[in-house]
Ligand binder design. Structure first.
Ligand SMILES: [Zn+2]
Length: 75
Protein backbone atom coordinates (compact mmCIF):
# COMPACT_ATOMS: atom_id res chain seq x y z
CA UNK A 1 0.00 0.00 0.00
CA UNK A 2 1.35 3.39 -0.82
CA UNK A 3 0.71 6.34 1.37
CA UNK A 4 0.36 9.14 -1.07
CA UNK A 5 -0.97 12.27 0.52
CA UNK A 6 -3.62 13.96 -1.54
CA UNK A 7 -4.07 17.09 0.50
CA UNK A 8 -1.56 19.89 0.42
CA UNK A 9 -1.56 23.29 2.07
CA UNK A 10 -0.70 25.81 -0.58
CA UNK A 11 0.91 28.98 0.73
CA UNK A 12 0.73 32.06 -1.46
CA UNK A 13 4.19 33.68 -1.58
CA UNK A 14 2.66 37.11 -2.06
CA UNK A 15 0.01 37.43 0.61
CA UNK A 16 0.75 34.41 2.79
CA UNK A 17 -2.74 32.96 2.45
CA UNK A 18 -2.81 29.23 3.09
CA UNK A 19 -5.35 27.12 1.27
CA UNK A 20 -5.80 23.41 1.76
CA UNK A 21 -6.31 21.80 -1.63
CA UNK A 22 -6.89 18.25 -2.74
CA UNK A 23 -4.46 17.27 -5.46
CA UNK A 24 -5.43 15.33 -8.57
CA UNK A 25 -3.55 12.03 -8.80
CA UNK A 26 -3.33 11.91 -12.56
CA UNK A 27 -2.41 15.46 -13.49
CA UNK A 28 -0.17 18.28 -12.44
CA UNK A 29 -1.74 21.56 -11.43
CA UNK A 30 0.26 24.16 -13.26
CA UNK A 31 -1.69 27.28 -12.46
CA UNK A 32 -3.38 28.22 -9.27
CA UNK A 33 -5.10 31.50 -8.53
CA UNK A 34 -4.80 32.69 -4.96
CA UNK A 35 -8.28 33.63 -3.86
CA UNK A 36 -7.53 36.68 -1.69
CA UNK A 37 -4.94 38.43 -3.85
CA UNK A 38 -5.82 36.96 -7.26
CA UNK A 39 -2.18 36.20 -8.02
CA UNK A 40 -1.75 33.44 -10.56
CA UNK A 41 0.86 31.13 -9.09
CA UNK A 42 3.09 29.14 -11.39
CA UNK A 43 5.64 26.47 -10.50
CA UNK A 44 9.17 27.61 -9.80
CA UNK A 45 11.91 26.53 -12.18
CA UNK A 46 12.47 22.80 -11.88
CA UNK A 47 9.13 22.10 -10.23
CA UNK A 48 6.35 20.37 -12.11
CA UNK A 49 3.38 21.94 -10.37
CA UNK A 50 2.32 24.55 -7.86
CA UNK A 51 2.13 21.97 -5.08
CA UNK A 52 5.82 21.18 -5.48
CA UNK A 53 6.67 24.88 -5.28
CA UNK A 54 4.23 26.22 -2.73
CA UNK A 55 2.51 23.29 -1.09
CA UNK A 56 3.25 21.53 2.17
CA UNK A 57 3.14 18.23 0.31
CA UNK A 58 4.55 17.56 -3.12
CA UNK A 59 2.30 16.25 -5.86
CA UNK A 60 1.35 12.55 -6.07
CA UNK A 61 3.58 11.70 -9.07
CA UNK A 62 6.60 13.06 -7.18
CA UNK A 63 5.61 11.19 -4.05
CA UNK A 64 5.36 7.98 -6.03
CA UNK A 65 8.73 8.68 -7.65
CA UNK A 66 7.57 8.25 -11.19
CA UNK A 67 7.87 11.92 -11.68
CA UNK A 68 6.26 13.51 -14.67
CA UNK A 69 9.24 15.76 -15.31
CA UNK A 70 12.16 14.84 -13.09
CA UNK A 71 12.30 14.07 -9.41
CA UNK A 72 14.00 16.55 -7.10
CA UNK A 73 14.89 13.64 -4.81
CA UNK A 74 17.64 11.77 -6.57
CA UNK A 75 19.17 9.27 -4.21
ZN1 LIG B 1 -2.12 35.50 -2.36
Amino acid sequence: MNAVLLESALTCPYCGFVSRETMPTDACLFYYECRPCKTLLRPKAGDCCVFCSYGSVKCPPIQEQHACCGSPFDS
